[in-house]
Design a protein around this ligand. Structure first.
Ligand code: SAM
Length: 263
């Protein structure tokens, strides 16, 4: 489960396959933590008090635990952290600067698909954590089962390629692992692609797309074709004919999962 070498950190410190200084400062406006997803994360952490958050970004979901230590390699993501949050440690998952068993629990949210070496990163999380390690991610086998695949297959092919296989992650974490689908609410405030399952118009906003890193892997032609064809189908009613039932569905069970492992 390796992609780029670890020395491929960019000038802003980004350590994975995305340069976050290029994604820009809009991330935290479009990727606001969702309270229902926060609840699923808190349940998986099962009362852990001291929690390590790896790939913490702007600090989404850090109120899921009483005492969070954040790790974030990208300077532009660290700069988006609210002042009330603890400063994030500049480090990478693959080499965590903490002692064995230092934390009650650990979490990594929407991050593993960007890491250079997922096996090494998850082994490090296991090493420094006494209790549950919680991974919020997408199942690569399910990402293409979404209407967006009809309009921008390149984007979801990119996601399917980047997300690590769930079984590999469970094996890297060892111990006892469980995998659960996370229901996505219709008015989800955290703007990853599937969060727009029943609100397709919102994905016509280029800034909303930019907050999902897979869109930064495709060229302008893909974005333009997506915009033209989705706009056309929304105006003609073709999208609603096929997918309009999603507009009223309170939750969507897509590719979003929590992998939880205890020693
Ligand atoms: C999509 S953002 C998610 C941020 C935050 N967890 C959230 O839910 O909003 C992915 C984060 O993972 C970080 N990241 C990428 N490669 C990493 C690595 N090897 N170790 C730790 N963090 C990494 C990125 O810098 C980025 O902030």
């Amino acid at each position: 489960m390796t992609t780029e070498p670890l020395d491929a950190r960019t000038r802003d410190g980004s350590a994975g396959d995305v340069d976050h200084s290029a994604i820009g400062s809009g991330y935290s406006s479009y990727r606001r933590p969702d309270t229902r997803i926060a609840q699923s994360i808190a349940e998986a952490l099962d009362g852990a008090r001291t929690v390590l958050n790896v790939g913490a970004g702007a600090g989404s979901y850090e109120n899921a635990a009483p005492a969070v230590t954040a790790v974030e390699p990208s300077e532009s993501m660290r700069a988006q952290r609210p002042a009330r949050f603890a400063r994030a440690v500049d480090a990478v998952a693959e080499d965590l600067p903490f002692a064995d068993g230092e934390f009650d629990g650990a979490m990594t949210l929407f991050s593993v698909h960007q890491w250079s070496d997922v096996t090494a990163g998850l082994s490090e999380m296991r090493r420094v954590t006494r209790g549950p390690v919680v991974v919020l991610t997408c199942d690569p086998q399910r990402v293409r089962d979404f209407w967006l695949y009809e309009y921008a297959p390149e984007v979801l092919d990119t996601e399917a390629r980047r997300y690590p296989p769930i079984d590999d992650m469970a094996a890297a974490l060892g111990g006892r692992a469980t995998i659960g689908t996370v229901p996505i609410p219709l008015d989800c405030t955290d703007g990853f692609n599937e969060a727009y399952y029943g609100r397709p118009e919102l994905l016509l906003d280029p800034a909303a797309r930019q907050a999902c890193s897979a869109w930064s892997f495709v060229d302008d032609g893909v974005r333009e074709r997506f915009d033209t064809t989705l706009r056309r189908d929304l105006e003609s009613g073709a999208w609603d004919e096929r997918f309009g039932h999603l507009r009223g569905r309170p939750t969507y069970e897509g590719s979003l999962v929590i992998v939880r492992a205890t020693p």
